[in-house]
Design a binder for this molecule. Structure first.
Ligand code: AMP
Ligand code: MG
Length: 307
């Protein structure tokens, strides 16, 4: 999934190696199913089947594709969040991510016309899910799924479950700041200065739960003095400009939700992000541009930051 992984466990020495290996196995499984960095993942194959079969796949009687229970679960969660966020989060954003060059890793600015045309291929409402058969059907040609906004969180949830099951007294799964889960031992988390990411604006402590940060500084490219972030607003097809970073916290076992909600809040912007986070029961803070200044909003239960 294009990130480094760190797993820590505390407990009897006899079980530690096995616990970590099993937890790591969960990360590999999710990578094999849902990564777009590999052409042979279940998700890549689902996307390419759709491309190969073209328009006939969109007919009402076309065969849907049956996917694994895990992939179905994550796709269904992504669609639910797309509904909840009124399309700020959209797992069909793939064609736009490609257009802006983020899969290649060297971004470039497309023409406004290309943005409009590609934008027309995006829309979670064109996905039909049948839970009884775990079937996925795209009702529009050229639709592509990208679960990059929540699959890491899902992987963290699965790996954490393994550490718990194995009897580890404390555990940590860290997929970069984009998704972290922990229990049993307090850990300090830094909120970076979004304009100067090697500096922090403050830290908070968490003993159990999960944390996810989505930020413009994590990935993007510069063009003519302007920074283009890897998170795209599906409603206009452009990389999100006003948001700088979003950090969301939730209880243990909610890493997928928290991962999705940091991405969603980043796209939604301050007013909508607060409403969404409060409605869905997580804590979050969003840093954003206000003219030449940086401002932030946060939910009422967000932990106090110390310096
Ligand atoms: P995260 O690091 O969790 O915020 O996820 C960012 C990744 O999610 C990007 O690299 C894209 O693969 C994908 N993505 C970009 N924009 C969106 C969006 N509006 N909704 C859902 N996923 C997105
Ligand atoms: Mg995310």
């Amino acid at each position: 999934m294009g990130t480094l992984a760190r797993i820590e466990a505390c407990g009897a020495e006899s079980m530690l190696g096995d616990a970590i290996e099993r937890a790591y196995g969960e990360l590999e499984t999710v990578d094999r199913l849902m990564s777009l960095y590999r052409g042979d993942s279940e998700l890549s194959i689902l996307n390419s089947l759709n491309r190969l079969n073209g328009p006939e796949r969109v007919q009402a009687d076309a065969d849907p594709t049956v996917v694994s229970p895990s992939t179905f679960r994550v796709i269904a969660a992504a669609v639910r969040l797309a509904e909840d966020s009124e399309g700020a989060f959209d797992p069909t954003v793939g064609p736009l991510v490609r257009l802006w060059g983020f899969y290649r890793g060297d971004g470039s600015v497309p023409t406004p016309e290309e943005v409009v045309n590609t934008r027309a291929r995006v829309g979670f409402r064109h996905i039909r899910l049948d839970a009884s058969r775990r079937a996925v059907r795209f009702e529009q040609a050229d639709l592509e799924l990208d679960l990059g906004g929540l699959a890491k969180g899902y992987a963290v949830d699965r790996a954490m479950t393994r550490l718990r099951e194995a009897g580890a007294t404390a555990g940590l799964v860290d997929l970069g700041e984009s998704s972290v889960g922990l229990y049993g031992r307090a850990q300090s988390f830094a909120i970076r200065n979004p304009l100067q990411p090697d500096e922090t604006v403050g830290t908070f402590k968490l003993e159990r739960g999960c944390v996810s940060t989505s930020a413009g500084y994590q990935q993007g490219f510069e063009h003519e003095g302007e920074w283009y972030a890897h998170i795209i607003d599906p409603r206009d097809g452009w990389p999100v400009r006003n948001s700088l970073s979003a950090t969301v916290l939730g209880p243990e076992g909610d890493a997928m939700k928290v991962d999705a909600l940091s991405t969603a809040g980043f796209v939604a912007g301050p007013d909508e992000a607060l409403r969404l986070w409060e409605r869905l029961g997580v804590e979050g803070v969003l840093y954003f541009r206000k003219g030449a200044e940086v401002d932030f909003v946060l939910t009422s239960g967000f932990p106090h930051l110390s310096r």
